[in-house]
Design a protein around this ligand. Structure first.
Ligand code: HEC
Length: 209
């Protein structure tokens, strides 16, 4: 009986650990992969940002997000439990992509550190629309700029929408957060690396490549 219990315990520990190991992914970086999920899906006007007092959690910063996180324990972390599962209660009226839910889970499992640039050096040699720019825009902007939610009148889910902000010279000013422009993404800022790639794309005539 005793041996059986020990074996069972050992097996449970083994399964638990292998699941944890499966989830480990050092390429998942807080600033580049996890923060934008919250900024793009949760920080709209009236929701979880620093200005809207009616919201209890400010999800636009690391410190704010950490108020809903127990490091290493996704199931004890409100920011994970409310977006995961069949009965996800957040974000209201939609559900996060499975990939995003997994990123949040893995990041918490890895200890919920404020990590940045895990992929290494900044590479701005590639700045085609399909290879680089649309990825940045989808990660950081389309939650507030789509056909159903056109922040400032802009739908950034397609090339023509993004090009429109380049044509009227609003895009770079907003990203660099220069005076006279609304800072974008709202409640946050892209890395210099991503801004440089977008500047190069705009300066090359913002091609649909
Ligand atoms: C949390 C929501 C939110 C996110 C994320 C966001 N935007 Fe916006 N954006 C808005 C709202 C709301 C407006 C209109 C009000 C304003 O200008 O502040 C706007 C306005 C703009 C404007 C026009 C502002 C001006 O000064 O001309 C541009 C251009 C823009 N966004 C681009 C972007 C880009 C590019 C991203 C991603 C890098 C982004 N936005 C991310 C909500 C957001």
């Amino acid at each position: 009986m005793k041996t059986k219990t020990i074996l069972l315990l050992a097996l449970t520990a083994f399964i638990y650990n292998s699941c944890r190991n499966d989830a480990y992914n050092p390429d998942i970086c807080f600033q580049q992969n996890v923060l934008p999920i919250f900024v793009n899906n949760c920080t709209m006007s009236g929701c979880h940002n620093s200005k809207d007092h009616k919201s209890r959690l400010d999800l636009s910063t690391y410190e704010g997000i950490m108020k809903g996180v127990t490091p290493s324990h996704p199931l004890r972390s409100k920011v994970y439990t409310t977006v995961s599962g069949i009965f996800a209660s957040m974000p209201i009226k939609k559900k996060l992509d499975l990939k995003d839910i997994n990123y949040i889970k893995i990041w918490i499992q890895m200890g919920a550190q404020n990590t940045s640039n895990c992929g290494g050096t900044c590479d701005t040699s590639s700045y085609t629309y399909s290879g680089r720019i649309s990825g940045i825009i989808n990660t950081w902007c389309t939650g507030c700029h789509s056909a159903s939610n056109k922040g400032g009148g802009y739908d950034l889910t397609s090339y023509s929408g993004v090009a429109a902000t380049a044509i009227n010279n609003r895009l770079i000013g907003c990203l660099k957060q220069s005076t006279g422009f609304s800072p974008m993404p709202k409640n946050n800022k892209l890395t210099d690396c991503d801004i440089t790639a977008i500047v190069k794309w705009v300066n090359s005539g913002y091609p649909n490549n």
